[in-house]
Write a protein that binds this ligand. Sequence first.
Ligand code: GLU
Length: 445
Amino acid sequence: MDTSLTPVLEEVLRRNPGEQEFHQAVREVFDSLGPVLAKHPQYADAGVLERICEPERQIIFRVPWVDDAGRVQINRGFRVEYNSALGPYKGGLRFHPSVYLGIVKFLGFEQIFKNALTGMPIGGGKGGSDFDPRGRSDAEVMRFCQSFMTELYRHIGEHTDVPAGDIGVGGREIGYLFGQYKRITNRYESGVLTGKAVTWGGSLVRTEATGYGTVLFTEQMLATRGMSLDGLRVSVSGAGNVATYAIAKAQHLGARAVTFSDSSGYVVDDAGVDLELLRDVKEVQRGRAADYVARRPSARLVTDGSVWDVPVDVALPCATQNELTEADARTLLRNGVVAVAEGANMPATPDAAATLHRGGVLFGPGKAANAGGVATSALEMQQNASRDLWSFEHTEDRLAEIMVGIHDRCAQTAEEYGMPGNYVVGANIAGFLRVADAMLALGVV
Ligand code: GLU
């Protein structure tokens, strides 16, 4: 890291003790910024680095609710409104027992640069709760969402802060959250949340967008080496929206996706994952990996080791942060992996990313590779603002255009700063420059 950045990082660590994932995310961006600061001293002079690390606003609140047995439950809710230089705060809500301020800040920080990279007018934010939806009834999830929104509603708005989904928050939760927002405010303010169902204000392609976008980004990376996905073997981790639609798009482009995973282990299906079955098990039945295997003779469930042990040409980590370690990276390299793209947020550890890059693997960081989700959220906001609903084809075309734009911006920026083929540096610098220029223009605020 450039020595001028060390004191800024040290201050971030001192002010935010114990928030390991947040520290990791800041360090990762700072590692790329040395050449930018050398070339453009105006950012350091205006305190842009210090300002960009400090969220504009952080909200922490109690979420009380009553479970089906009549017991009172208390969770903690968060919304970190990180940076609004480019537009309203934008980013998802994560409901998972691992959520604490450090996770929300890491995600919010990443979101600033990701959203900037899309080229759309959206700032960065993130939120969530340590609520665990697993094993909870529909009625419990509804009561939780209503309680969560009873506090959150006063902080958000279509021009202020626009939450969406993330791990544990999908169409069902967005529906309950919107219902409560509408009830409290007496406003049908569609643009206050994205990831809505298409039947009441959502956008076509939003559900598929993150996974589709990750694969489109991978396709662009492969094209720089004259390759395509056709005929390649792909491993995917996770079994949520991102994983499901990464598998769908990879298969559509002629690849064979042979894995997915959940907290019970990973599934290897050498015949290629049966998408309809996966969707039925996960989306309809809300079942587990074992339920897929029970209905699919070509598949087996593996409960030890790592999904990255499976030999593939392309690996798409679509589960959660730090799920792909350096040891996994070495295994992938040994098995001849060509490209790795992050469908999840920060799924590769910094060491893993560095090892893959050094090994000549095309590595697409989440900020760039999974930006299709939030970009399509911005398209949903556009449709809401004009009270319109675009066709699937038109929306998907826009998404594809945006992903090509992100890819090219990263590639050109990496080249411009003397590190051709380094998408991590390209994404960090290109994202940073767009936000930093807006911050300079807006003065010290
Ligand atoms: N949670 C997603 C992300 O990590 C989507 C955010 C959004 O659509 O606002 O980018």
